[in-house]
Design a protein around this ligand. Sequence first.
Ligand SMILES: Cc1cc2nc3c(=O)[nH]c(=O)nc-3n(C[C@H](O)[C@H](O)[C@H](O)COP(=O)(O)OP(=O)(O)OC[C@H]3O[C@@H](n4cnc5c(N)ncnc54)[C@H](O)[C@@H]3O)c2cc1C
Length: 410
Amino acid sequence: MEIKTDVIIVGGGLVGLASALGLAQIGLKVAIVDVQVVDETLLPEFDGRASALSKTSRTMFEALGVWKDLEQHAQPISKIIVTDSELGDAVRPVFLNFDQRDGQQFPAAYMLENRFTRQALLGQVKKTQNITFFAPHKVIDMAAGVHFAQVKLDDDRVLSAPLVVAADGRNSFLRRQAGLKTVGWDYNQNGIVATIEHQHPHNGVAEEHFLPVGPFAILPLKQPCRSSLVWTERSDVATDLMSAGDDRFDYELKRRFGDHLGKIRRIGPRWSYPLSLQLAVDYVAPRLVLVGDAAHVVHPLAGLGLNLGLRDAAALVDVIADALHLGLDFGTVDVGENYQAWRRFDNLTAAFMMEALNRLFSNSSPGLRQIRDMGLGLVENSAMAKRFFMKEAAGATGNLPKLMRSPIST
Ligand SMILES: Cc1cc2nc3c(=O)[nH]c(=O)nc-3n(C[C@H](O)[C@H](O)[C@H](O)COP(=O)(O)OP(=O)(O)OC[C@H]3O[C@@H](n4cnc5c(N)ncnc54)[C@H](O)[C@@H]3O)c2cc1C
């Protein structure tokens, strides 16, 4: 038996869910397939990350009808500070300060725990009549025909649609099956993630400490004395730390965290994510397009990955809406190439920026440190440079898709 629909989205992660809502809004019938048990993805231990969401991602969430559920959990970032120090330095001088005065429209970004974002998106998907969720089901095959693609599930059911969207993450099965190549490398770094309670309030300040091995980010959560940590370590050190007892782990954590927020206590588990750069060379194959981490994985040092994935989703909605208005078959490679032309360059630019920053800072050479600190000093003293970086943080550069353009209501 074949189940016919308009678009099949493989992967019900944050990008797949947002894509489904956007496509449903333009009147398409959407099927999402995910291998995970949906309720398990909502458990606090499933994903410990909190993401920095740009202002334009917030606009998209408003347009998709999920921001009303998210606002109560979202911590506006009032200020970003950047330091560049050795691990043992008694004081970490602040080299860069971005605050309200530097932004066009404030705040440029919000911190949101991924579990709340997932919950809100799933809630909205459940309420949307023209979306059907197939889970837990693995996609085990896809075949592209002249007018339709067929997707086979692990229970032998077959879905068919003019277009399949691969939102199946960094190890995308569909990307590999379609023979779409990627370029990139492993950083030999892991991002250790944990939630920290501290004595003094964070006041909405996000901190990026560039330590020689990589960035150590302290990111403010909605509770005034709670922050999320992304602690970059060499992979072997991270493996060792993850298997260490609580005492040793917390000792190493405190050495890096410092005491500027008073006493600290780790709450909940620790997670470790391998970091890599991975860029698909092409985003399009017959009856298939890639979005989110299936298309691009970047270093998390500037909190861009999800924001880029959401922009993919919003751009895809625009491109498909245009094809529908012209009465075209939206699953053709020609239409897919319009989407690719829009998104590939933007994602590539962001990946290169992250790459340059990571290389520049994950290095303790004294000469290089002097040069980069001089560069930070120049940015700190230039209102124009600061405005540029705040616009980037807000995701307000480049050609914005419609879902990211509507005005913010509050
Ligand atoms: C430490 C860390 C911190 C980060 N911080 C930020 C941040 O602050 N801001 C930001 O913007 N980004 C951040 N990111 C990046 C962000 O988390 C990712 O870019 C984003 O989660 C990718 O979402 P996705 O939906 O594309 O992929 P995933 O979340 O990987 O979703 C893929 C889905 O596909 C499903 N799937 C896979 N294969 C199949 C199959 N064959 N059949 C059915 N289903 C399948 C999986 O079950 C999964 O649900 C961070 C990343 C890391 C590692």
